[in-house]
Design a protein. Structure first.
Length: 63
């Protein structure tokens, strides 16, 4: 149990660090406007994908 908790914690730290690195690199390479477009597209996809997935789930159960 303890080993899995430690592994999960380390994995979460790694994911967070990679996110910060990705954001930093994107802001450096794309500039302010490109970075803003990327962040807005990322937020839009984070909103749309669960809605589409729920719709597919309902559609598959009715088929």
């Amino acid at each position: 149990m303890r080993r899995s908790v430690v592994f999960s914690f380390v994995a979460e730290i790694g994911a967070s660090l990679s996110m910060f690195l990705t954001f930093r690199l994107a802001s450096e390479f794309w500039g302010v406007a490109g970075f803003a477009e990327w962040v807005m597209a990322r937020r839009l996809m984070a909103f749309i994908v669960p809605v589409i997935t729920m719709g597919m789930d309902v559609g598959l159960t009715r088929a």
